[in-house]
Write a protein that binds this ligand. Sequence first.
Ligand code: 5AD
Ligand code: SF4
Length: 480
Amino acid sequence: MTKFLDAIDPAHEPPLKEPERQYYFMAKCREYVQKESERLGRPLFACTTTFGCQMNARDSEKLAGILEAAGYRTTAEEAADFVIYNTCTVRDHANQRIYGRLGRLGSLKKKNPQMKIVLCGCMMQEDAVIEKIRTSYRFVDLVFGTHNIFKFAELLFTMLESGRMVIDIWKATDQIVEELPAERKYPFKSGINIMFGCDNYCSYCIVPFVRGRERSREPEDIIREIRRLVEDGVVEVMLLGQNVNSYGTTLSEPVTFPELLRRIEGIEGLERIRFMTSHPKDLSDELIQVMKDSKKICRHLHLPLQSGSTPILEAMNRHYTKEEYLELARKIRKTMPDIAITTDIIVGFPGETPQDVEETIAVVKEVQFENAFTFIYSKRTGTPAAAMDGQVSKEAVKLSFDRLLKAVQETAKLRAGRLQGKILPVLAEEINEQDDSLLTGRLSNNMIVHFNGGHDLIGKIVAVELKECHGFYYSGVMLQ
Ligand code: 5AD
Ligand code: SF4
């Protein structure tokens, strides 16, 4: 990264080409931050807070990388000189949380008027949100969206220089800017975007409207990024996309997702490959085969079901039936008996009856998901489902939700204990939160294991005997 920053003369005009242009603005911001920190006689601190999914988590690492290049020190405290919220809008609850926390940030800013407050991410792509911030949250300094996140350094500089509220929201982009810095949360594992946006338009989902059309990164760019990460100590990557199974279809020379996986498998020093999320309609036999044959792809598939009722799935625009999902899950379990399948389920979709919920529960019982994230349907303005008849009452949804959750917990328990007594590789990820003589790590199937071990093992894969299953995690003993 410094190769770009050091070659820059901030006295010159900004370059037009990306990412050089952004490095130029990082250098400009650095001058500003340096001056400000001399004036205050202390470093400036920046806090990045992430809401929502793994995509946002990865975006936040990029934001943090740019803030660090600009000279800010990182802090987890929100009483900082610079606070950025990377927002989510997938459910209305997420939006309400942001407004609540923003109110508290406003109070902090009253005590420290120098403080800069910045909002970005999916929620900022909604017109109504921008209007509300413009009128009711005047203390916010900078607002940008998902499509121009690569311009963060430039926007940051405009904001610092102008001292007024800057709002820049793009409706779309086909640009993918490579080679921007990132500040990783974990030294030994990293998310990698392999594609952006979503073209599936599930009828309840706001993502295609806020993240735009599907675009895949060139395989060479992905491989180059992973190689660099591996040189920097990364042993596990999580390939990220809203629907990784349709990776590569928009490239000028199309590459399938299984083919991409094969190429990534060849990267020496990389030990584990994960990916998220798979859409059942696009999960091919070729992918199942590549997973089976692989030594590096983890034994975990996150395969959102959303509903177990075919008419509801049709209204959701999911393009598969209950039977097709069951058949797919059977095939996956048969080919890889040690795999963990996790899922997302929505209850309370318009028109859903108690009978539909029973069908969903029946699928849960049959597939025996290792884990399921259950969500109450949230009406998102602008999506087709928001205009559908038969919105379900809160009371009915609550009953369905509780019934579903019970089924999920029971079946998850059935599967979780199956590995007891086995000796399996575990990636040591962190010091145990409760007991610092223990480490916490993950199995290939994504289950958590707490085990004895020195802190120097963090980032390493070690053999652990799984002694006891406690619901969602194991306690184990490391073999020396
Ligand atoms: N209401 C409830 N849950 C939703 N999801 C997406 N949109 C909505 C919505 N409007 C859930 C889906 C998806 C997960 C990331 O969030 O289950 O898989
Ligand atoms: Fe939303 Fe469906 Fe795209 Fe997932 S696949 S982001 S649920 S539209």
